[in-house]
Design a protein around this ligand. Structure first.
Ligand SMILES: Nc1ncnc2c1ncn2[C@@H]1O[C@H](COP(=O)(O)OP(=O)(O)OP(=O)(O)O)[C@@H](O)[C@H]1O
Ligand SMILES: [Mg+2]
Length: 271
C-alpha cells in the first residue's frame, strides 16, 4: 500500500524550529491543500517531504520507508515536487527542461526512450506549451515558465505530486486551467496531490482535505467546510471576514472586510 507521512517531524534552519514535532499523513488518491500565513512553514514542510530539507527530528516515510535511507532515483519515481522558487541553469529550452522529468527512468546512456518522449509530449500538450517547446526558458513570461515547470513535474509520471503555489504568476484563466488539470490527474489517474495554495476560495473548491498550519503545528485539518471558517481565518490569518457559499460549487467562500473602505462604505451605514 502506497503512502506518505511524517512522523514526529521537527523542521527548521540552524537553530530555529519552524515545525515542531508534527505527525501528519496525506490521504492517498486525494487532493490535500496546505494553508497558512506567510512564513508559517508550508514550503518548509513540503520540501522536507521531498527530501530537499533534512528533518531536525523525526522522519518522512514513503511507502513505509524512511526517505533519508532511499536513493534519489527511487524517490523520484514515486514523488515529484514543484518548489516555490525553482531554479535552473540558463540557456535551456522548454523541451529540455520537461525532459529532465524523465531523468529517473534513464540509464547511464541518458537516452530518451519512446515512452519518455511520449510522456514529455503529453505533458507539454496538457499544459498548452507544445508550441513553445523550442523556446528558451528565459525568454518566456512568468506564467508561461510556471506552466513549463508543471509540465516537467507531470512528465515525471509519479503517483505523488507536491506543488508549492503552482498558480503563482498565472492569470485567472490559467489558474483555473492548471487546477482543473491537477483535478483531472487526481480523479482520472488517482494521483495523490499535496499542494500549497494561497487562494482560499479556490482551495475550498478543489481540496478534498485541507491542513491549516499555525504556531509550528497543524492548527486544524479536515474538509474545506470544517477548515475554512470565520474563526479559523481570524486565528490563522488575523483577518475578519464573512464566509458565504460559492454560488456555483457550494464550497466555502471568503468575503474579507476591508477596514479602510468599511468606515466610509454605504454598507457600514446600513448596520
Ligand atoms: N533557507 C532558509 N534559511 C533560514 N530560514 C529560512 C529558510 N527558508 C525559510 N526560512 C524561514 O522559515 C520560515 C518558514 O518559511 P517557509 O518558506 O516554509 O514559509 P511559507 O509558509 O512557505 O511562507 P510563504 O507563504 O511566504 O511562502 C520563515 O520564517 C522563513 O524566513
Ligand atoms: Mg512558501
Amino acid at each position: 500500500m502506497k503512502n506518505i507521512r511524517g512522523s514526529k517531524l521537527t523542521l527548521g534552519y540552524e537553530n530555529t524550529v519552524i515545525i515542531d514535532g508534527v505527525s501528519i499523513e496525506f490521504p492517498m488518491n486525494k487532493i490535500t491543500i496546505l494553508i497558512g500565513a506567510n512564513g508559517c512553514g508550508k514550503s518548509t514542510m513540503v520540501r522536507s517531504f521531498a527530501r530537499l530539507l533534512k528533518p531536525m527530528e523525526g522522519q518522512v516515510l514513503l511507502n513505509g520507508r524512511n526517505i533519508s535511507t532511499m536513493v534519489n532515483k527511487d524517490i523520484s519515481k514515486e514523488l515529484a515536487i514543484l518548489p516555490q522558487n525553482p531554479i535552473v541553469a540558463g540557456g535551456i529550452t522548454v523541451k529540455e527542461l520537461v525532459e529532465m522529468g524523465r531523468f529517473p527512468y534513464q540509464n547511464w546512456q541518458n537516452k530518451l526512450k519512446a515512452e519518455d518522449k511520449e510522456m514529455v509530449e503529453k505533458a507539454l500538450k496538457d499544459t498548452n506549451m507544445l508550441e513553445f517547446k523550442d523556446r528558451r526558458l528565459d525568454s518566456l513570461s512568468g506564467g508561461q515558465k510556471q506552466r513549463v515547470w508543471i509540465a516537467m513535474v507531470l512528465a515525471q509520471g509519479t503517483d505523488i505530486i507536491l506543488l508549492d503555489e503552482p498558480t503563482t504568476f498565472l492569470d485567472v484563466t490559467y489558474q483555473i486551467e492548471i487546477l482543473d488539470l491537477i483535478y483531472k490527474l487526481n480523479r482520472e489517474e488517482g494521483k495523490t496531490i499535496v499542494m500549497v495554495l494561497h487562494d482560499l476560495n479556490l482551495s475550498s473548491r478543489y481540496a478534498d482535505h485541507m491542513i491549516a498550519l499555525k504556531d509550528k503545528r497543524v492548527y486544524r485539518q479536515g474538509t474545506p467546510d470544517q477548515v475554512v471558517t470565520k474563526d479559523l481565518i481570524k486565528d490563522v490569518f488575523g483577518m475578519d471576514c464573512e464566509i458565504i457559499k460559492d454560488p456555483l460549487y457550494k464550497t466555502p467562500m471568503l468575503v474579507p472586510y476591508s477596514q479602510a473602505i468599511w468606515s466610509s462604505s454605504p454598507a457600514s451605514q446600513a448596520i
